[in-house]
Design a binder for this molecule. Structure first.
Ligand SMILES: [Zn+2]
Length: 196
């Protein structure tokens, strides 16, 4: 691989050698593809009786972290989907900063998760449904673009918003119809807006 690329400093070898390398998908298609995976992860949370939120961290075309909401199961108020995915990504990359990472999440993140992404220097945040009550990427707060913080997230909301919103609404509708079932503790995030 090295012989060809060595004449072309700084360019990855595959651009020269691999003629079948796929054309990049348009950004919108990539975002939807990853959001569909986030919806699948959210369904795992729902299967465990947790509020269905799913998240993944992508660097380039590689998924380096995945998570779904687990605060009740883990007795951990910080175990939001995004936090779990960020932790996994940090371990996978052996980095505490996730430069060039994109976080996909089915619901606009809360203040804790948005702040964690700022700490991690995440480059891009893509989310599905808006959370007018607790969303911290422009709805209730805007920690993604706060002048008080030293990093801003390139934020894009509303990807597959209808599907992401429907998944949450259906979860809360079912839970209301089954009093006494489901998690006894709420994680208090984000999700109350869709429950009312
Ligand atoms: Zn959160």
């Amino acid at each position: 691989m090295g012989s060809l690329s060595s004449e072309d400093h700084g360019r990855p070898a595959y651009t020269l050698l691999d003629h079948s390398f796929p054309r990049p998908l348009p950004m919108a298609s990539v975002d939807e593809m990853h959001m569909r995976r986030a919806l699948e992860l959210a369904a795992k949370a729902e299967a465990e009786g947790e509020v269905p939120v799913g998240a993944l961290v992508v660097v380039g075309d590689r998924v380096v972290g995945e998570g779904w909401n687990r605060p009740v199961a883990l007795n951990d108020p910080t175990a939001h989907a995004e936090m779990i995915a960020l932790r996994q990504a940090g371990s996978a990359l052996a980095q505490y900063r996730l430069l060039n990472a994109t976080v996909y999440v089915t619901l606009e993140p809360c203040a804790m998760c948005t702040a964690a992404m700022v700490h991690a220097r995440v480059r891009r945040l893509v989310f599905g449904a808006w959370d007018p009550r607790q969303g911290a990427a422009g709805s209730a707060f805007d920690l993604a673009h706060s002048r008080a913080l030293n990093h801003a997230l390139d934020t894009f909301g509303g990807v597959l918003a209808d599907e992401c919103s429907a998944q949450l609404k259906e979860f809360f509708r079912r839970r209301r119809s089954q009093p006494g079932e489901g998690p006894s503790a709420r994680d208090g995030t984000a999700h109350s807006s869709t429950s009312k």
